[in-house]
Design a protein around this ligand. Structure first.
Ligand code: ADP
Ligand code: MG
Length: 145
């Protein structure tokens, strides 16, 4: 397990960018944490680290957004509005999860049963006592750590 503390969106972005630069085909990153904690900021950093120059935002009307213009494809899921894991079947999620791109899933806890054990889990938490922009970022499952 690795633990990082950031004090601005830029720091979170840069941490994720570094991970994007090192990402290898087939990795699945789960992103957990409350609304507004920084999951999309983290995703945007990963995307830039992967060499994606398109703007990345949370997919609003779709569950998954694909970015094919980087070093590796990025499959950005936001499953916040999912009603039933059946919806994941309908979009053929396993082609993404078991493909050669990088899968990143915001609100992964909502579809926990569908996600392979072999994932990199990223948890972002606030601590009100440490200021508005403070975040603790816990990463588990990277290189077996
Ligand atoms: P989520 O996707 O988890 O709902 P967003 O990434 O959309 O959250 O939003 C995170 C918000 O928190 C942004 O407005 C960002 O500027 C702000 N923020 C403040 N401090 C940080 C930090 N240390 N890391 C990430 N985001 C931060
Ligand atoms: Mg988001």
């Amino acid at each position: 397990m690795q633990r990082f503390e950031t004090n601005s969106p830029e720091e979170t972005f840069l941490l994720a960018k570094g991970l994007g630069e090192k990402a290898v085909p087939g990795q699945i990153y789960t992103l957990n944490g409350d609304l507004g904690v920084g999951k999309t900021v983290f995703t945007q950093g990963m995307a830039v680290g992967l060499g994606i120059d398109e703007p990345v935002n949370s997919p609003t009307f779709t569950i998954v957004q694909e970015y094919e213009c980087g070093r590796l494809p990025l499959y950005h899921f936001d499953v916040y509005r999912i009603g039933d894991p059946e919806e994941m079947e309908e979009i053929g999620y396993d082609d993404y999860f078991f493909g050669e791109g990088i899968t990143l899933i915001e609100w992964a806890e909502l579809i926990e049963e569908l996600i392979p054990e072999n994932r990199i889990s990223v948890t972002i938490e606030k601590d009100p006592e440490k200021g508005f922009d403070y975040r603790m970022i816990t990463i588990e499952g990277m290189d077996g750590q």
